[in-house]
Design a protein around this ligand. Sequence first.
Ligand code: PLP
Length: 223
Amino acid sequence: MPPMFRQQFKNTEHAANLFALKELGNIYTRIGNPTTHVLESRVSLLEGGHPLAAVATASGTSAIFYSIINLAQAGDNIVSSNKLYGGTYTQFNDILPTLGITVRFVDMNDPENIRAAVDDKTRAVFCESVSNPALEICDLEAISKVAHDYNMPLIVDSTFSTPYLTKCFDFGADIIVTSLTKWLGGHGTGVGGMCIEKGTSQGNPPSSFRLGYLLPFCLQYLY
Ligand SMILES: Cc1ncc(COP(=O)(O)O)c(C=O)c1O
């Protein structure tokens, strides 16, 4: 059972120091929450990541959205596998374009297909380690090699494989997104998601810089 904390500033000086990042601690639950932090650090460690390099979200769908909007902006595009969970397909095909971010779908069974879709506005490559519902297994090493040839981060949705079966970072993923709602949650009783960053700084600007906006709780420890 993770610890439950009641936020308490000892005094106004303590609060001022926390807000000025002069002192480490919990400031505001949206920025950092010790209970959520336990979940983040445990899942990140399971994935082989740094205990401070993850951010939990309200759903897997949110985690995917966060990972994209922290790398791409209007006018940019991403290259995605065409074998996706239906909700992710809708997000990529129908919702991201309304923000000016387009998604180019390719068959990643041949990772060379990625090259034909990349241009100077491509910000990331996205795939599911094991796709839902087709259950196709991505060759992460080959896909990441192509992504890295273009200095782009590979975002892998590891929902179906979970870190128990596949450590996606070991096979070239730079960012892992996952739905905690499925096997990681285990009981189908809660909705949640997570973005975990390896910190390999692919991309321009490096993904670690952009995802850093998502990780203020971590940043107060790292800087
Ligand atoms: C592979 C995959 N990714 C993401 C999601 C979305 O997760 P959530 O339902 O937690 O938003 C699902 C949901 O089924 C999924 O199967």
